[in-house]
Design a protein around this ligand. Structure first.
Ligand code: SF4
Length: 444
């Protein structure tokens, strides 16, 4: 199955556009504190620790050390209190990483604090298969975690070995049995998968899909393999060079396999079809929320058309908070056109863009300022214009997978740039809280 004719020029264009759009301006910490938006928004909490560092991963993560993690959670709670004092209102919480469940008691204490400060509706937490244990379940359920998202990536033992995940997280069969035991504990159990590894064959992908269909978890997220410049060489060494020309075929296979029992809730997230009257699944992303605030080292926020980045240095993060300063070290105001494009990207990633929503936000100018993008997407057959909203077609879902993959790749490149000034804080002997970080962490 050939990819659409426009895929190559489309992805190169996106790469250039997003690289420019997500470039931050450095600023002075403490002076970049955002003002609270009028409406409640989503709180993203970043926990950067992992027990084992996967070669393909471009997230902000460091090796887990118990003492460091405990001190980090203390700083995190200080930052959360700062937002409370600043008048911010949060309705939903998403805890990502890293591996947020590396220190379950600390995580529970942090979520308990958040729940004591705001009336929170949903709490979503990411984890790894080795943390699907009674101890972790109890800690998470005691603070009302409603969605647990498990990073599985593949059930293929050979791929898991290449990814460096077989040893720490177990074989595909062991992961499947842990997932089966976790079913029904949380309102939504999500499994994160990756497709288009270099040595992933159609048979291996089919095996993943069959395993998932047999497990019948509430939600599945299938991401295309994404990387940043810094991890590319390491990734190619362990995982080989993946072929973007196969991405479309694999995505089609995924859609085909899941369609009878799952419905898409975003371009790469699928939730089990519900019986009438059942509660809707909790979704993974921010596709329906305007603003979000990120707390924790290396987190991003988007508030009232401005992006903010918190320092990637764990040392500096703690120091700034101890000095009573907001640990944001870079920000960027999006132009009106960039804000419109961001909404177009994020809303349609959630499959539909209601006319009333963008008109309430931007007025009628949205339609003429976004006319080139809207027309192009309609002409290639990516969107349908209904009475109340623009919706994605199946081809459009694939286009949005490409768009979001390029967007996250641009974000990963920015993460790399921001980490350039930071010495490795995770090596033994490099006391995370003892050493100082030289220079700023903002992009040059
Ligand atoms: S993929 Fe997950 S477990 Fe692996 S290093 Fe990245 S954040 Fe950690």
């Amino acid at each position: 199955m050939k990819p659409p004719w426009f895929e190559r020029p489309f992805t190169s264009l996106l790469r250039r556009e997003y690289a420019a759009a997500v470039r931050f301006d450095a600023g002075s910490p403490g002076e970049l504190a955002p003002a609270a938006p009028r409406r409640p928004c989503q709180l993203y909490v970043h926990v950067p620790f992992c027990e084992s560092l996967c070669p393909f991963c471009s997230f902000h993560r460091v090796a887990y050390r118990e003492q460091k993690a405990r001190a980090y959670f203390g700083a995190l709670r200080r930052e959360i209190l700062m937002y409370h004092a600043g008048g911010f209102q949060f309705s939903d919480v998403y805890v990502g990483g890293g591996t947020p469940t590396v220190a379950p008691a600390e995580l529970a204490a942090t979520l308990r604090l958040i729940r004591s400060l705001w009336p929170i509706r949903t709490v979503s937490v990411e984890t790894n298969p080795n943390h699907l244990t009674e101890e972790v379940f109890d800690a998470l359920l005691s603070v009302g975690v409603s969605r647990l998202s498990v990073g599985v990536q593949s059930f293929d033992d050979e791929l898991l070995k290449e990814m460096g995940r077989y040893e720490p997280y177990g074989s595909g069969a062991a992961i499947a049995s842990r997932l089966a035991a976790a079913k029904g504990r949380f309102a939504t159990l999500n499994v994160d998968m990756i497709f288009n590894f270099a040595r992933q064959t159609p048979a291996s992908l089919e095996h993943d899909l069959e395993t998932l269909l047999a497990l019948e978890v509430d939600q599945l997220s299938f991401y295309p393999l994404m990387t940043a410049a810094s991890t590319r060489r390491r990734m190619q060494k362990s995982l080989g060079q993946s072929d973007p020309g196969r991405r479309y075929e694999y995505y089609e296979r995924i859609l085909g396999a899941l369609q009878s029992r799952y419905e898409p809730t975003s371009a790469w997230c699928f939730s089990r079809r519900r019986v009438a009257g059942a509660a809707p699944p909790i979704d993974e992303y921010i596709a329906h929320q305007d603003d979000y605030v990120g707390v924790g080292s290396g987190s991003f926020s988007y508030i009232d058309g401005r992006m903010y980045s918190t320092t990637f240095s764990l040392n500096r993060y703690r120091e700034l908070l101890e000095a009573g300063r907001v640990p944001i070290t870079a920000s960027k105001a999006l132009t009106l056109k960039q804000r419109m494009r961001y909404d177009f990207l994020v809303r349609l990633f959630g499959l539909s863009l209601p006319y009333s929503e963008v008109e309430a936000k931007f007025g009628a100018r949205f339609w003429w300022m976004m006319a080139p993008e809207i027309t192009a997407m309609r002409l290639i057959g990516a969107t349908r214009h209904g009475r109340q909203a623009i919706r994605l077609t199946p081809l459009g879902m694939y286009c949005w997978v490409l768009m979001m993959a390029e967007f996250f790749t641009a974000v990963n490149e920015i993460r790399d740039e921001m980490r350039l000034h930071i010495r490795d804080e995770s090596r033994p002997g490099q006391g995370m809280w003892a050493e100082r970080v030289s220079g700023g962490v903002g992009p040059r």
